[in-house]
Design a binder for this molecule. Structure first.
Ligand code: NDP
Length: 333
């Protein structure tokens, strides 16, 4: 039974050396406990924050202890009627092949609704993040121009498609031509920008947004965002969802001052963390599931195979290896 521990806190970009594999015995099941077999493991950018010990909205991982995150798992032994053998659950669980668990905090998944992995992506935390950030903070109206950075990722792909459903002009910024063609051809984005090859980002955004930017859903920060800010409209709304461009920074990020623009454009900028919106999860998840079932939302995953590849899959998020949601398939059901 393998587990993956945090070996050390990364300085700058994490490497495989920050992770350690260890064999652990599976303890005997007590009354009320279940034995879970991990099926799909989610790797997410926020985990980089938890690898460091800086103050944040989730507690840091402890050095020498297992890393944890969203996992879809199957109950393979059960000592409780609440989770019979064969039940599939979603939980915040340690990166471990087999996990003994007391059941608290586990959510049952209905395998009939959608593929199991979707509950870590479009029907799970990233989908809810897209839905809540865009609709609650971005508040797009039909005809608005919505720009999303990190557009080809787990959150970004859903943001852009929901904005299309709301009748907006949607512009996606991503890091490769394969990604930008996917956004345009498969997901129906109106325009896209490859930020790695664009020579003048401000001009590229102006060209893609001839009527200016009404809503900016920011997954990345940095110079990409600066260029968007230079194209904001009056009364625009900016949802600060992620700042991945800074997650590996070792010093305080500096750059353009955005306040004069926010003032002149009477713009609203708001950071948010999806877990604060738990009261809205049920209705948001219902909408997302309906749109997926009706074929109104397309969904893409990048799935690596094998427990040993979890750290590699995680590191790939910082070089843009994934299109859509990055997952690791650890075992079959
Ligand atoms: P993604 O699937 O988007 O994966 C990360 C992507 O970020 C990569 O594929 C890469 O795409 C891009 N990227 C990596 N480094 C940089 C960089 N330096 N500059 C620009 N782009 C970069 O991840 P998620 O969809 O899961 O998350 C997207 C963002 O949303 C993250 O910042 C995450 O922390 C945040 N988030 C926030 C939540 C909240 O509650 N506020 C909840 C969930 C996620 P490319 O090839 O385009 O560079």
């Amino acid at each position: 039974n393998k587990t993956i521990l945090l070996a050390s806190r990364p300085q700058g970009t994490p490497t495989l050396d920050n992770f350690k594999f260890e064999e652990r015995e599976v303890p005997a099941l007590q009354e009320g406990q279940v034995l879970l077999k991990a099926l799909y493991v989610s790797v997410d950018p926020y985990m980089r924050g938890r690898m460091s010990d800086a103050d944040s909205y989730v507690a840091p991982y402890k050095v020498g202890e297992p890393i944890s995150g969203g996992i879809v798992a199957e109950v393979v032994e059960s000592n409780t009627d609440q989770f019979p053998k064969g039940t599939v659950v979603l939980g915040n669980l340690p990166w471990q092949q087999y996990i003994v668990h007391h059941g608290n905090g586990l959510r049952k998944i209905n395998p009939a609704i959608a593929p199991l992995s979707y509950h870590l992506g479009i029907l799970g935390m990233p989908g809810l993040t897209a839905y809540i950030g865009l609709l609650h903070i971005g508040a797009p109206k039909a005809g608005d121009t919505v720009v999303v950075s990190g557009a080809a990722g787990a959150v970004g792909t859903v943001v852009g498609q929901i904005a299309k459903l709301k009748g907006c002009r949607v512009v996606g910024i991503a890091g490769s031509d394969d990604k930008t063609s996917y956004l345009k051809q498969e997901l129906g984005f109106d325009a896209t920008i490859n930020y790695k090859t664009a020579t003048d980002l401000k001009a590229a955004i102006k060209e893609a947004c001839p009527d200016g930017v009404d809503v900016y859903f920011d997954n990345v920060g940095g110079e990409i965002s600066d260029a968007v800010y230079l194209n904001l409209n009056n009364f625009s709304r900016i949802a600060i969802c992620g700042q991945i461009a800074y997650y590996n920074s070792t010093s305080v990020p500096t750059g353009m001052r955005v306040e004069p623009i926010l003032l002149k454009r009477k713009a609203m900028m708001k950071g948010f963390i999806v877990s604060d919106y738990a009261a809205d999860f049920e209705s948001a998840a219902e909408d997302l599931a309906k749109w997926v079932q009706e074929g109104k939302l397309q969904y893409q995953e990048t799935i690596m195979e094998g427990f040993d590849n979890i750290p590699t899959a995680f590191l790939g998020l910082f070089s843009g290896q994934n299109t859509g949601k990055q997952l690791v398939k650890v075992a079959a059901r």
